[in-house]
Design a protein around this ligand. Structure first.
Ligand code: NAD
Length: 437
């Protein structure tokens, strides 16, 4: 089976390389020519562990190629996977659907023979049914051009592993042909026991956004407990550990700290609320407004703690920010809590120096007003306070004595509860974290 993957960002490039690894012939398509050039030359345009090897293997084997041409993709493939972005609109919390709409509109007129189109992007419930109708209207193949929706659950940083070994495959369709094609794509995984759930279009769309709403809620729940713990004199880390032993609760996504960011959770919960409003069930998701607000408050609280530590005023101070990516093992800076905090602290008069193991280029481009250092050792030199805002292993494993020799003042805000406070305090540091005394 020949597959086209439309949109070769974090999701699409990973999907394309993994499907080639599984033995399919794959053509990746993007409207961004520079991205396609890089992929053709074997370079991944972002940081994703293990992806470059797969990309190179697919290219070398001749199973993977890239294009910017929709006619070529239509001619080449039997199944087309839509992996384009669905960011937040500029003027509201709703999803910006122009990219998924344009992917269907640019592809459909070239579908002259039977074709299956499967959406993988995260979309508001109801989008797929509209796109299915549009596809039938525009495709010369007419009823033989069918659309299903199969949301993707991969985590950046584990994209290859999650794509090759998903914990479930969800497909929204009422077409046997679409089901057969998607089953064939993931036959190996299904044979290995990965649950394959076939639903209607709407349920499949909802699975993805409700999963993200649940995860965001879990993070904000423990962060709300962090707020209460600080006020009440309790310790949220001990609290989280005690909660985690109840297997109805579990310990995953129960790490208190600076909260979530990135290209998925924040925009997905806002788009979900906007869609619930359109459907007339706004109160059902009003709790997500609070989830979002708790998350934003963590950023403000981190800044407050840092300000307290340096004596109440950032003007003229030197602040080191460790971390720019929204989470470790990624260079994705979309809605990055670390950079949001860094930019606010800079706007309050501090000289901010940022270091991140992978996201420096992206951060520099998006936040040119911040200072950047090439290594952690350079970044911390002369700092009045160090803020650890993305929990890369390099920062978790940093030695307080070594860093202590370089800074002007041994003060650290551990925005991710990633360090051992006893160890750092024993080395003379004033250590502060969210949700702890
Ligand atoms: P991204 O911004 O990294 O990639 C999107 C790509 O689509 C870009 O390269 C862009 O140039 C391309 N594009 C836009 N319009 C196009 C068009 N008409 N034709 C062809 N290409 C086009 O975004 P992403 O992080 O890969 O996310 C894509 C979708 O997958 C989103 O809906 C997202 O919510 C969802 N998703 C992402 C992840 C993740 O970990 N990043 C996980 C699950 C789901």
């Amino acid at each position: 089976m020949r597959v086209s993957v439309i949109g070769t960002g974090y999701l699409g490039a990973t999907t394309a390389a993994c499907l080639a690894e599984l033995g399919f012939e794959v053509l990746g398509l993007d409207v961004d020519e520079a991205k396609i050039e890089l992929l053709r030359s074997g370079s991944v345009p972002f940081y994703e562990p293990g992806l470059e090897e797969l990309l190179t293997r697919g290219l070398d084997a001749g199973r993977l190629s890239f294009t910017t041409s929709f006619p070529e993709a239509a001619e080449f493939a039997d199944v087309h996977l839509i992996c384009v972005g669905t960011p937040q609109r500029d003027d509201s919390g709703a999803a910006d659907l122009r990219y998924v709409n344009s992917a269907v509109e640019l592809l459909a007129p070239h579908l002259t023979r039977p074709a299956v189109v499967v959406g993988r992007s995260t979309v508001p419930v109801g989008t797929a049914a509209t796109l299915a109708a549009r596809l039938r209207e525009l495709a010369p193949a007419d009823e033989e051009a069918e659309l299903g929706w199969s949301p993707e659950f991969l985590r950046e940083g584990f994209g290859v592993e999650d794509t090759l070994n998903p914990n479930r495959i969800v497909l929204g369709t009422d077409s046997r042909r679409v089901e057969k094609v998607v089953r064939e794509l993931w036959q190996k995984q299904i044979d290995e026991g990965v649950p394959f759930l076939v639903t209607d279009l709407q349920t499949a769309e909802l699975v993805k956004v409700s999963a993200n709403a649940f995860l965001a809620t879990k993070i904000s729940f423990i962060n709300a407990m962090a707020e209460v713990s600080e006020a009440a004199g309790a310790d949220v880390i001990q609290l989280a550990e005690a909660l985690s032993h109840d297997d109805r609760i579990g310990g995953k996504f129960l790490g208190p700290g600076l909260g979530f960011g990135g290209g998925c959770l924040p925009k997905d919960i806002r788009a979900f609320m906007a869609r619930a409003d359109e459907l007339g069930v706004e109160p059902a998701l009003s709790f997500l407004r609070e989830v979002d607000a708790i998350n934003q408050r963590r950023r403000a609280r981190t800044i407050d703690i840092a300000r307290e530590l340096i004596g109440g005023d950032f003007s003229g101070t030197s602040v080191t920010v460790l971390g720019a990516a929204f989470k470790p093992n990624s260079d994705d800076i979309r809605d990055s809590p670390a950079l949001d905090v860094a930019a606010t602290v800079a706007s309050l008069g501090a000289r901010v120096t940022v270091y991140d193991p992978q996201a420096m280029d992206r951060a520099r481009e998006a936040y040119p007003q911040l200072g950047y250092a090439p290594t952690m050792a350079d970044a911390v030199r002369g700092a009045d306070v160090v803020l650890l805002l993305t929990e890369w292993a390099e920062f978790r494993e940093a030695h307080p004595d070594e860093i202590g020799e370089a800074v002007a003042h041994k003060r650290i805000v551990d925005g991710r509860n990633a360090l051992d406070p006893t160890f750092w305090r024993a080395s003379g540091w004033t250590y502060r974290a969210l949700g702890r005394q």
